[in-house]
Ligand binder design. Structure first.
Ligand SMILES: [Zn+2]
Length: 490
């Protein structure tokens, strides 16, 4: 038995001032055939899980390219086509194969391609024909299109947000593909469109119990797999929004019924799933009045993990104006300022302009007399077991005593190691300012005295009602109050 695997993944914020090309994939993660590391990346656990099963069961895993770019702006057309054709060429060379397993993110948009993953899957199907089993893993912050559903046999998305179950998801895809190939199951899928876009963290209720129940359903009766696509509100594409996908063993009617039941329930959670997001002034009032230490304050929207640059100065300026001193910021993206700090050297004091350079909505740059406290080449942080590169980094100390980590590789704040690796003891600071929506939660909750979510109006399109989508034609909550009535009427 021969199974081919590959992974092309990024998340495209079509509103971002950034653009994404091949160098962004190289900078984040690019592993040609045979060079995938021993540990999985977020979207490539199908490689490591495939290796385990292949070694144990004695079949051939043929590895293609695995690559990931940090979420950013529109992918340039040549880059998408180059990566797609690279993987298709590897698949062609590997044929004949019995199965194809792809680790995808599912929110990639390229110039002239609103559905990159659908396009890739359609090409794969065309190449291998109708009888080869195709399995795919997706991030829930993606868009589920008919082209993807029609061209895959197995689709499984991470259930957890934060995505702590990406390894289990890879394992599930590999397992279901193998069981299909061995004739043990005949997967039948159904999709329900929830007609809504909402932030759906599973670290809190009501999502926590909902996901636990969905997990319990898997393996009972004919139910093979239950996945939820949350949607990604910064991707202006026709299929934006939450969807449920259920796979049963040769029981299409049950798949359809369960997808519908769960989808209707999920729709009922709208407006009640987020933690409280405070405005900056209220957040700082609450932090100043609190005895907790450290207080983790997250700028939920200026999150490079959502494709914005991550160089907004709006919150930092408010912090400086309030006169806070005992704080650290991790991180602010500014490769140019990092370079200046390296030129100056550790210990140097210099006037530095940093942050607020990439767009009109991220605040203006900050000018301050800073001390270069620490410099680190190729700094990194943990995300679970993964190592996330931050590039060359500089810690600068501001006149009031606050410390800011400037980074070269854009990344959201995943883990307190981002501070400790730069010589800052996170537990010793009163306030830790980070940029992340919810992926930070597991690791930071372990050290945080208190966590405050801050809604800073900045470059991220955080309000679907005013984002001005051009490609979304289906009625969606919260843009319309009752999207199901609206879709019946139209
Ligand atoms: Zn995600």
């Amino acid at each position: 038995m021969r199974i081919f695997c590959a992974s092309i993944a990024t998340e495209t914020n079509t509103f971002s001032p950034l653009r994404t090309d091949f160098s962004d994939f190289q900078e984040s993660f690019y592993a040609p055939p045979g060079q995938h590391p021993v540990t999985p990346t977020l979207c490539s656990a199908v490689f490591t899980e495939g290796r385990l099963r292949a070694a144990k069961e004695g079949w051939d895993l043929i590895e293609g390219t695995a690559t990931w770019a940090e979420p950013g702006g529109l992918v340039n057309r040549e880059t998408y086509e180059q990566l797609r054709d690279e993987v298709l060429g590897q698949l062609r060379a590997a044929m004949p194969v019995d199965g194809v397993i792809l680790g995808l993110h599912g929110a990639m948009v390229a110039q002239d391609y609103l559905d990159c993953e659908g396009d890739l899957l359609a090409h794969v199907r065309e190449l291998v024909g109708p009888d080869v089993v195709i399995g795919t893993s997706f991030d829930p912050h993606s868009h589920l299109t008919a082209l993807r559903v029609d061209n895959s046999d197995i689709i499984v998305a991470f259930k957890e947000f934060p995505h702590t179950d990406f390894v289990e998801t890879g394992r599930a895809v590999v397992d279901l593909v193998l069981r299909t190939l061995r004739g043990e199951i005949k997967p039948t899928k159904a999709v329900f469109d929830c007609h809504m876009i909402e932030v759906l963290p599973t670290s809190r209720e009501p999502m926590r119990s909902f996901i636990d129940r969905a997990k319990d359903m898997e393996g009972t009766g004919d139910i093979l797999s239950v996945s939820f696509i949350h949607g990604f509100m910064a991707g202006d594409v026709p299929d934006l929004g939450a969807k449920v996908i259920v796979t049963t063993n040769n029981n299409p009617a049950e798949a359809k019924q369960i997808a519908r039941n769960l989808g209707v329930e999920l729709f009922g959670f709208r407006g009640a799933t987020r933690p409280t997001f405070l405005k900056p002034e209220d957040a700082l009032d609450q932090a100043l009045a609190s005895d907790a230490k450290p207080i983790v304050l997250t700028d939920v929207w200026d999150n490079p993990g959502g494709g914005v640059p991550g160089d907004s100065t709006i919150l930092l300026r408010a912090v400086m104006e309030r006169g806070l001193t005992d704080y650290a910021v991790g991180t602010l993206w500014d490769p140019m300022a990092v370079r200046t700090c390296f030129s100056a050297g550790e210990g140097a004091v210099l006037p530095l302009r940093f942050g607020g350079k990439t767009g009109a909505r991220a605040g203006s740059p900050i000018d301050a007399e800073v001390r270069v406290k620490k410099l680190e080449r190729n700094a990194w942080q943990y995300f679970g077991e993964s190592i996330v590169p931050l590039g060359d980094c500089a810690v600068i100390e501001l006149p009031g005593g606050g410390e800011v980590i400037l980074n070269t590789n854009r990344s959201q704040s995943f883990d307190p190691s981002l501070f400790s690796n730069m010589g800052i003891d996170p537990a010793s600071k009163k306030y830790l300012f980070i940029k992340s929506t919810n992926h930070f939660y597991d690791a930071f909750a372990k050290i945080a005295g208190e966590i405050i979510y801050i809604d800073v109006h900045g470059p991220y399109p955080s309000d679907p009602k005013t984002n001005g989508y051009r490609h979304v034609k289906r009625p969606l909550w919260p843009i319309v109050e009752d999207p199901f009535a609206a879709s019946k009427a139209s």
